[in-house]
Design a protein around this ligand. Structure first.
Ligand code: URA
Length: 272
């Protein structure tokens, strides 16, 4: 039984949870509207690249008290492309992404979730977006999905530390909602550059959003999983395979037999 004096607080918390706010990031609330508007930089600079910082999620109040319009997504995409291209190493790319303010998701996420694993990996996995555990730790695929992925890798004799794992979108969408098309397009140059810098022999797209975004195949994952496709960088072609996302396998354990088949195909391909 909630005491009467605690009811307003309880109602407020319920409202937050229903609105998708499920984690407290700071001890005290921040008034985003009170923050000064940062300068708009349309011209991409090597690093970091502010693209009218945080305007989508933190609209800046102008002197007249009106809310500034968010920057056009195309502008943020162009800035992301220029910034990603300028990274000569994974560490440079991480620093650039940490400073990049063109994607509104960073304002609600706790931190950047950059890729994890061996920078020389022969096998790379790309998921959709970090969840709560990843947001807390800054490491991709550490929650239940990630633990299943680790176990499936171990089953074919591969340690997680030997592969490289990243996401299309490196900031957690609030309440685990799907990333929007604009958010995905803004983040795309960063994952593309990450793939180029790792240069894996095999790229695995976990789930439909990753498959559609990186391989341009929008058929359902039940149709595409297990098929060998090609991922093209500017300079090379990488063998790519869509697979069921581990989160889907957790909900549909019967489908693990197909994932097993796909992992065996990957093991065989790595052995040749
Ligand atoms: N799901 C994803 O797609 N990525 C993660 O990092 C975790 C869960």
């Amino acid at each position: 039984m909630i005491p009467a004096e605690a009811k307003p607080v309880s109602d407020l918390l319920t409202f937050y949870v229903e609105s998708g706010v499920d984690a407290a990031l700071d001890e005290s609330p921040a008034n985003r509207f009170a923050e000064p508007a940062a300068p708009l930089t349309a011209e991409p600079s090597p690093r970091p690249v502010p693209v009218r910082p945080r305007a989508e999620a933190r609209p800046a109040a102008s002197a007249a008290g009106t809310i500034a319009a968010p920057p056009p997504p195309e502008e943020a995409v162009m800035a992301a492309r220029a910034a990603a291209r300028s990274a000569a190493s994974l560490e440079e790319l991480r620093a650039i992404m940490n400073g990049f303010e063109g994607c509104a998701l960073r304002t609600t996420a706790k931190q950047l979730v950059f890729g994890d694993g061996s920078p020389n990996a022969r096998l790379m996995f790309v998921g959709e977006a970090p969840g709560s555990d990843e947001d807390q730790t800054g490491v991709p695929f550490v929650g239940r999905s990630g633990q299943l992925l680790d176990r499936m890798l171990a089953a074919i004799g591969i340690a997680r530390s030997e592969v490289y794992i990243a996401n299309i979108v490196p900031w957690r969408p609030p309440g685990n909602r799907d990333p929007s098309i604009h958010e995905t397009q803004i983040c795309l140059p960063f994952i593309q550059r990450q793939i180029e810098l790792v240069g894996p022999e095999i790229l695995v797209c976990l789930g439909k959003p990753s498959t559609a975004t990186l391989l341009g195949v929008s058929d359902g994952i039940k149709r595409t999983r297990g098929r060998w496709l090609v991922y093209r960088t500017e300079t090379s072609e990488i063998r790519a395979m869509p697979m069921f996302h581990p989160a889907y396998l957790l909900r549909n354990p019967i489908e693990k037999r197909f994932a097993w088949r796909d992992f065996l195909a990957i093991k065989k391909a790595l052995a040749t």
